[in-house]
Design a protein around this ligand. Structure first.
Ligand code: SF4
Length: 342
């Protein structure tokens, strides 16, 4: 099965004008030729790029492209989104379901991997397609068909041992505020849910998604909500994102970041230090630095453990402990993430 390719809903039923973030989501770049041309880059590798994008299409907001360096084919932001021929190579040890999530799915739309926590797959849509995504082959269609969240909500209500629900996807913040409000209202009816966490990369690529109605929705909920951003490079943290994060922090939202260590993107101590510095300015706590999940098509992003651990040691020698994320890896069947260096 392929990554969900249905379009993101871009029109409100009541006819009001769409918020700016939704207009950006409706106007994504999906053609590698257009992306290369906007950056003033040649199209020599275009046929292979198009072939690699066939099963997992290119998808990138225009505002994110403006953060890239024109004329630089090795730009670390571009590398995260442009399909490349290396994705087509079959690599030993890489699979379509590297975390064996299929075996942790008690009901469609819900993953239960760790004690006391469950993850809701609320949508298969994303505002950006990241080439390293471990869910790039995820069977979203079988999770999100039919009555959508009903079975998952019933399962959560029946499991008193689950204290935390994590909204994931796809990207949960591609849903509009009305849908999120419906979901949060349904979750709030489940008394034993004590914590709400949202994982999203949308604010990194469309900072305007952190809008006032969403802030009000989360601030008014009965939870101390944690929003986990997924930024991998300091240049992804625009002034706009900094200012919105600062506002959300003032309103009491817990902001964390988890990154993936990616060859050619952030595998240098200078880059990782700059990322932590910039997160600090935004009021976001660096939380995890993940080793790549071995998903088919992403092997060219892998950084060997020995290199990763040296980078982490170097980072610790430069920054205070609270700005050094834990280097970790998710391993199928383990009761928690494996921390390689804390
Ligand atoms: S936003 Fe997240 S789920 Fe979507 S493609 Fe990127 S890494 Fe994968």
């Amino acid at each position: 099965m392929k990554h969900q390719q249905t379009p993101i809903i871009t029109q409100e039923r009541d006819g009001w004008e769409l918020p700016g973030w939704q207009r950006q989501q409706a106007d994504l770049i999906t053609d590698p030729a257009e992306l290369l041309s906007l950056l003033g880059l040649g199209a020599e590798s275009l046929p292979e790029s198009l072939a690699a994008a066939k099963d997992f299409p290119l998808r990138v907001p225009r505002g994110y492209v403006r953060l890239m360096e024109p004329g630089n084919p090795h730009d670390p932001l571009l590398r995260q989104v442009l399909s490349v021929p290396a994705e087509l190579r079959e690599e030993d040890g890489y699979s379509s379901d590297p975390l064996e999530e299929a075996s942790h799915t008690p009901v469609p739309g819900l993953l239960h991997k760790y004690h006391g926590r469950a993850l809701l797959v609320v949508t298969g849509a994303c505002a950006v397609h990241c080439r390293y995504c471990f869910r790039r082959h995820f069977p979203y269609q079988s999770h999100l068909s039919g009555k959508r969240w009903d079975q998952a909500l019933e399962w959560l209500a029946s499991r008193r041992d689950i204290g935390e629900v994590i909204l994931s996807g796809g990207d949960p913040l591609t849903l509009n505020n009305r849908r999120l409000q419906e979901l949060l209202a349904a979750l709030a009816e489940i008394p034993h849910l004590r914590r709400l966490r949202i994982h999203s990369r949308t604010p990194v690529v469309i900072p305007e998604r952190m809008d006032e109605p969403l802030l009000a929705l989360l601030s008014d909920s009965r939870w101390q909500t944690a929003l986990v951003l997924h930024a991998n490079h300091s240049r992804e943290i625009s002034d706009e994102l900094v200012s919105r994060c600062q506002q959300w922090r003032r309103e009491g939202i817990t902001l964390l970041n988890q990154s993936v260590l990616l060859a050619g993107v952030n595998d240098s101590v200078d880059t990782l230090e700059a990322l932590s510095d910039r997160l600090h300015v935004a009021g976001v706590m660096p939380y995890y630095l993940h080793q790549l999940d071995a998903v088919q098509g992403a092997a060219h992003f892998a950084v060997p453990d020995s290199v990763a651990m040296q980078l982490h040691r170097d980072l610790r020698s430069r920054l205070p402990g609270f700005l050094v994320p834990r280097l970790s890896r998710e391993e199928p069947g383990e009761p928690a993430k494996t921390v390689l260096a804390g």
